[in-house]
Design a protein around this ligand. Structure first.
Ligand code: ZN
Length: 471
């Protein structure tokens, strides 16, 4: 017996040592990689929990997610069939777990701190050992919707025009603005208006908004505020809407016009897939340009709103192109005819201003160039950002003298007028934009309008916001 033991013992010992080493090394391997994608900071009434678990070095053994608050723990997820959670396989080794999270799905939740804990394991060493990963996310449960209340008075909205509101939002770190029907116009800290004396109150916000020509006169307008947890607050305010008569006009499209504009636009916009249209292809190509390209260009213009500065860069009334003749009114409803047949209808969102050919086109107000180049139906185009979502657009230019990121003062020459893009002759197509939507520029050319709609409200707000010296 002792002989046998003596001969076996070293081998057994070696096996045990190797086994223990393997067991030990396996335990030092890579555990599942957990990422709590959302929520990041706040939890509210109704939100979404999203967690990914990646196990590149083997199979996921178990996964649990729980929500801890005040010493109590509530299980949100355990790997296996689940009614509330959705599990999707994102890659051969990674799953994504999503489910509702918040007061509605966890009624015991109370305002204050809470923690999400995610645990995941994978088994190693022939299933004898597991490696566990754990990830925590500390959150604040906020169940109160943000509050938003109007400060400014007398809001007059012209159909197709813009307006301005001063309001207060608490807590100040939430997203807020003015909602007009389905359109949202974000607000900015009032301290971003130089000289308005509103910088001392962090809860004061200002927002430019508009009632678009295609929106109904009865479209609801209100303030909104929304926090990261999905809590939403709204605030109503008094406003009056004034109807405007939009003009209608008839545009004759002839072969000469088509032969000049259609091939040029087809060349500069290869993404439309028009090739080199000629002859009978010109009318269908024109319709695609007038419809699809017009919509694509509107999207590009909308996208420029994201580049707006959070402070006001302009001062006083905007300048109209010097001694220009207004050729077309804002939101003119146009019906297009070719050889006596109606072929299309579009709304013209801008002003056409004509002087003579190749006149210098000047910045209507101070700001920063956010677009300078070819823009489909608009041809050679410049867009200037004036801050807080207000921008101006200059189209059909024959040449451009500025570049993106240039700071320009009111009156700075941007380029020369022309007839590039979808233009029947040399003219400047000009429009004002509020958060990427075209609005009637007439208001912005009018110093009285600016004083009544903007400056008056800032004056009144600074009187209300400043430290009171009255007894
Ligand atoms: Zn135009």
């Amino acid at each position: 017996m002792s002989v046998l033991r003596a001969s076996i013992a070293p081998a057994l010992l070696a096996a045990l040592v190797i086994g223990a080493g393997g067991y030990y090394l396996a335990g030092r391997g890579q555990g599942p990689i957990i990422d709590i994608v959302q929520p990041q900071k706040l939890l509210g009434r109704a939100g979404t929990l999203a967690v990914t678990i990646d196990t590149p070095e083997g199979q996921l053994g178990s996964a649990t997610i729980s929500l801890e608050q005040g010493g109590a723990s509530q299980q949100l997820f355990v790997l296996g069939p689940s009614a509330e959670a959705t599990v999707t396989q994102e890659s051969p080794s990674r799953i994504r777990i999503t489910r509702p999270i918040g007061k509605e799905s966890a009624p015991a939740l109370e305002a204050g701190p809470a923690t999400i804990v995610v645990t995941a394991t994978r088994s190693v060493f022939f299933g004898l050992r597991t490696i566990e990963s754990r990830e925590r996310r500390d959150l604040i449960v906020r169940l109160e919707p943000p509050r938003v209340a109007i400060v400014s008075t007398h809001h007059f909205v012209n159909h197709g025009g813009a307006e301005f509101a001063v309001y207060r939002v608490t807590p100040p770190d939430v997203e807020s603005g003015v909602q007009v029907g389905d359109e949202r116009y974000p607000g900015y800290p009032a301290g971003g208006i130089p000289g308005a004396g509103l910088a001392s109150d962090p809860s004061l916000r200002v927002a430019f908004f508009a009632l678009l020509p295609e929106q109904d006169l009865g479209t609801p307008i209100s303030l909104y505020a929304r926090d990261e947890a999905g809590n939403e607050g709204t605030g109503s305010f008094d406003f009056r809407v004034f109807p405007r008569l939009f003009t209608r006009s008839r545009i004759e499209v002839d072969d000469r016009f088509l032969a000049r504009v259609v091939p040029a636009i087809a060349r500069s916009t290869p993404e439309l897939g028009l090739g080199t249209p000629e002859g009978d292809d010109l009318v269908p190509a024109f319709l695609k340009i007038n419809g699809e390209l017009r919509r694509m260009n509107a999207e590009t213009i909308r996208g420029l709103a994201a580049k707006t500065a959070p402070e006001v860069l302009w001062r006083g009334a905007f300048q109209q192109l010097g001694s220009s003749q207004v050729e077309s009114m804002f939101a003119d409803h146009r019906t297009y005819f070719y050889r006596g047949q109606e072929i299309d209808q579009q709304v013209h969102l801008g002003f056409d201003l004509a002087v003579t050919a190749n006149v210098p086109v000047k910045a209507a107000n101070s700001g920063t160039v956010v677009f300078a180049g070819e823009l489909g139906i608009y041809g050679q185009t410049v867009v200037i950002d004036h801050g807080m979502g207000v921008q101006s657009l200059y189209a059909h230019l024959s040449s451009i003298d500025v570049a993106v990121a240039d700071r320009v003062e009111k009156g700075h020459v941007l380029g020369r007028s022309g007839m590039t893009g979808l233009a029947g002759g040399d003219h400047l197509h000009f429009t004002m934009l509020v958060h990427g939507r075209a609005v009637n520029p007439v208001e912005w050319w009018d110093a009285h309008w600016i004083d009544d709609r903007v400056t008056r409200k800032l004056r009144e707000a600074s009187g209300a916001a400043g430290p009171s010296t009255r007894p």
